[in-house]
Design a protein around this ligand. Structure first.
Ligand code: AMP
Ligand code: MG
Length: 335
């Protein structure tokens, strides 16, 4: 079968051969997908206008949604940006890890990376394979999540392949991502850090290190500061519908009606709710914020394979990581 042939030549375990191929492709301006501890990234040489344009083209990404530059842990970021004490303290505590810092840029990389903004977002991923890839290619790599724009972010190499087929020549396979949602994005250009995108590192975590940290939750200011947040995201390819936690009876009635209509429904909810749904098909997100982050995109991908309609039940926000999970969960359900 053609697809299986493609998959064998595109998705490769990380070894000397695939890393050498990755280096060749990146130096030639091509794209390489790679695993990180959050989601898979679609990488290209951050210095090359053409390579960056290829990312936007492949993803069908709006041209005003800037990219994050990924660097090796030993890379000197002052090559690219103006550093400061707040950023240094945050990096010492959380990097390498699932956090991206937005700095004032020295305008060394392609202007397409930041869509003309005067800032540049940099991340040092902790995933061993991401570190190997970055060390091997020896270049700053601009990389958004490796999904077609608006679709659910990928947490396995197969998810990447399903979105791009052979439009991406190499997908490095590092297994399933642990973190499961995209990095926390923090603006460190002001007097105190401001979180532009919620993630696994929370405001409380950052406050403990630098004293003050806020979420940019005023919608209009956030749109101006983090252009990507205004777009629809994370949607599975099947229909979705969301019910309140106290509306389980109606959710069950909807599930049954869906079956009567000849379609396959599946619930998506946290563990507490799933215990009340014995006998129904359920995508169980788990109990804690970290567990739900780990499972959310994976289960959205599963849902679109096994069902025609995913019936979501609103989450109970019991810890700070769940703020980030819930943000993606609601967007996946079109909210
Ligand atoms: P993605 O690559 O899909 O994870 O999206 C990258 C996210 O980082 C988007 O939400 C962007 O808006 C945000 N981002 C990247 N660069 C910047 C920047 N210079 N300033 C503010 N936000 C940024
Ligand atoms: Mg994305």
């Amino acid at each position: 079968m053609l697809i299986m042939d493609n998959i064998d030549s595109t998705v490769r375990k990380i070894d000397g051969y695939s890393l050498e191929l990755a280096k060749k492709l990146i130096s030639g301006g091509s794209l390489v997908a790679f695993p990180t501890e959050t989601v898979y990234g679609l990488g290209a040489n951050a210095y090359s206008d053409d390579a960056i344009k290829a990312i936007y083209d492949a993803k069908n990404r709006p041209l005003d949604n800037p990219l994050i530059v990924h660097v090796h842990k030993d890379y000197d970021i002052t090559e690219l940006v103006f550093d400061n004490d707040i950023a240094k303290k945050i990096r010492e505590k959380f990097c390498p890890g699932p956090i991206t810092l937005v700095y004032n840029s020295k305008n060394k990389v392609s202007p397409l990376v930041s869509c003309g903004l005067s800032t540049l977002a940099i991340r040092i991923p902790s995933h061993e394979s991401a570190q190997k890839f970055l060390e091997y290619v020896d270049l700053p790599i601009a990389a958004p999540s490796a999904n077609v724009s608006k679709h659910t972010s990928p947490v396995t190499a197969l998810h990447v392949f399903e979105d791009f087929k052979d439009n991406v020549p190499l997908i490095l396979d590092g297994g399933r991502c642990d973190g499961g949602i995209e990095s926390t994005v923090v603006d460190v250009t002001g007097d105190y850090p401001v979180i532009l995108r919620k993630g696994l590192v929370t405001a409380e975590d950052i406050k403990a290190v630098v004293g003050k940290c806020e979420y940019a939750n005023d919608d209009s200011s956030l749109k101006a500061r983090s252009p990507g947040m205004k777009y629809l995201h994370y949607a599975p390819k099947v229909q979705t519908v969301l019910f309140a936690r106290d509306d389980l009876e109606n959710a069950i009635a909807f599930y049954k009606q869906t079956e009567i209509d000849g379609k396959k429904p599946v619930f998506m909810c946290e563990d507490k709710i799933s215990q009340k749904l014995d006998g129904y098909n359920v995508l169980n997100l788990g109990a804690s914020g970290a567990q739900m982050a780990n499972r959310l995109y994976y289960l959205l991908h599963e849902g679109e394979k096994i069902a025609d309609i995913i019936i979501g039940i609103e989450l109970d926000i019991t810890d700070e990581i769940l703020l980030g999970v819930n943000n993606r969960f609601l967007k996946a359900f079109g909210k």
